[in-house]
Write a protein that binds this ligand. Structure first.
Ligand SMILES: NC(=O)c1ccc[n+]([C@@H]2O[C@H](COP(=O)([O-])OP(=O)(O)OC[C@H]3O[C@@H](n4cnc5c(N)ncnc54)[C@H](OP(=O)(O)O)[C@@H]3O)[C@@H](O)[C@H]2O)c1
Length: 304
């Protein structure tokens, strides 16, 4: 599969990442089949979090990938959400979370660790200490964030010496505010509201890889927009372009994200091998400028 450099690191990663949040839906056999299929496609970048399935997702993945040499896998996980409690970027919590993930993933190191969702009580000096300790111990190789705006990243980066390699953000054709606001600078309408501090441009400017999450969903986990009667124009356009390229609409959805010159690494959430195959195929398709905008508009977005 096509690859990119992750942020400013020397880590080469496939352009499509495999999200493992839904792994609890897989039994042992299906999980093994899914991981094997992903690897056969060159999709060896797996996105985890300590909280997915309460830790079960990491365990199911580790069991499924048991026979795979560690160097063939790129493992990313996240920490900082404490379900039912709050957010916690304290040194103590970060270190404990990573130890938990290492154990569940049955590995000696994590390739990329992301801070999952901003902690209002973050003390960046503590994050820096935690990152240093994890790097020195060889437990984590690269670091990044998720759902953070430019000032939050800059605040961290004032103390953290490792470059922030990635920012995982919700982004799909049907949830594209960060793209929309950038085209409506200084306009008076609601769509012009910059809700994220121009995070997309900031990440491009600082070589931080954007990893779109929920590439097939709209709203906050409201559902998939494909074949959804709420999005008739979008589905008609996706199907029309899919037919022209002889691929599925799923492929076109991923190709739309990959066409953006920010060199993003979308994270798929499917647990179905057939859909994963369609997602991976997107790496071989380059949509035209006209097609990209037609899809954007078909989702109900408008231009100034
Ligand atoms: N950083 C964060 O805050 C954050 C938040 C959420 C998720 N994530 C990461 O991002 C990954 C992706 O997120 P997601 O699971 O919400 O994304 P998604 O790829 O949009 O998938 C959402 C669900 O829709 C189904 N689906 C996927 N493609 C489909 C298609 N073409 N047609 C119909 N249904 C389809 C999948 O179920 P099937 O298994 O049935 O295909 C999947 O569970 C997660 O696994 C996780 O690693 C990160």
């Amino acid at each position: 599969m096509k690859t990119i450099q992750l942020g400013k690191t020397n880590l080469t990663v496939p352009v499509v990442a495999v999200g493992c949040m839904g792994f609890t839906r897989l039994d042992k056999t299906d999980a093994e089949r899914f991981v094997k299929t992903a690897l056969d496609f060159g999709a060896n970048f797996f996105d985890h979090a300590d909280i997915y399935g309460g830790g079960r997702s990491e365990e199911i993945f580790a069991a499924a990938a048991a026979g795979v040499p560690r160097e063939k896998l790129i493992l990313q996980t996240k920490c900082g959400i404490r379900p039912g409690v709050a957010f916690d970027f304290s040194k103590r919590h970060i270190l404990a979370s990573v130890d938990g993930s290492l154990k569940r993933l049955k590995t000696g190191y994590i390739d990329v660790l992301l801070l999952h969702r901003p902690d209002a009580l973050v003390e960046p000096e503590e994050v820096a200490e935690a990152f240093d300790a994890l790097q020195k111990a060889g437990k984590v190789r690269h670091f990044g964030v998720s759902n953070q705006n430019p000032f939050q990243i800059q605040l961290l980066q004032r103390f953290v010496k490792q470059p922030i390699a990635a920012n995982q953000l919700q982004l799909s054709i049907a949830h594209a505010q960060m793209i929309t606001a950038g085209m409506r600078v200084n306009m008076a309408d609601g769509a012009a509201i910059d809700r994220d501090g121009s995070v997309l441009d900031f990440c491009r400017l600082h070589d931080i890889t954007v990893q779109p999450w929920s590439p097939f969903q709209y709203g906050f986990f409201e559902g998939v927009f494909l074949d959804n009667p709420k999005f008739p124009a979008l589905n008609a356009k996706l199907n029309e372009i899919a037919a022209a390229y002889k691929v599925t609409a799923t492929t076109v959805v991923m190709a739309w994200l990959l066409r953006h010159p920010a060199k993003m690494q979308p994270v798929t959430g499917t647990t179905k091998t057939e859909r994963l195959k369609d997602c991976v195929r997107a790496a071989d398709i380059v949509l035209s400028r006209e097609e990209w905008y037609e899809i954007y508009l078909a989702a109900g977005n408008t231009l100034p």
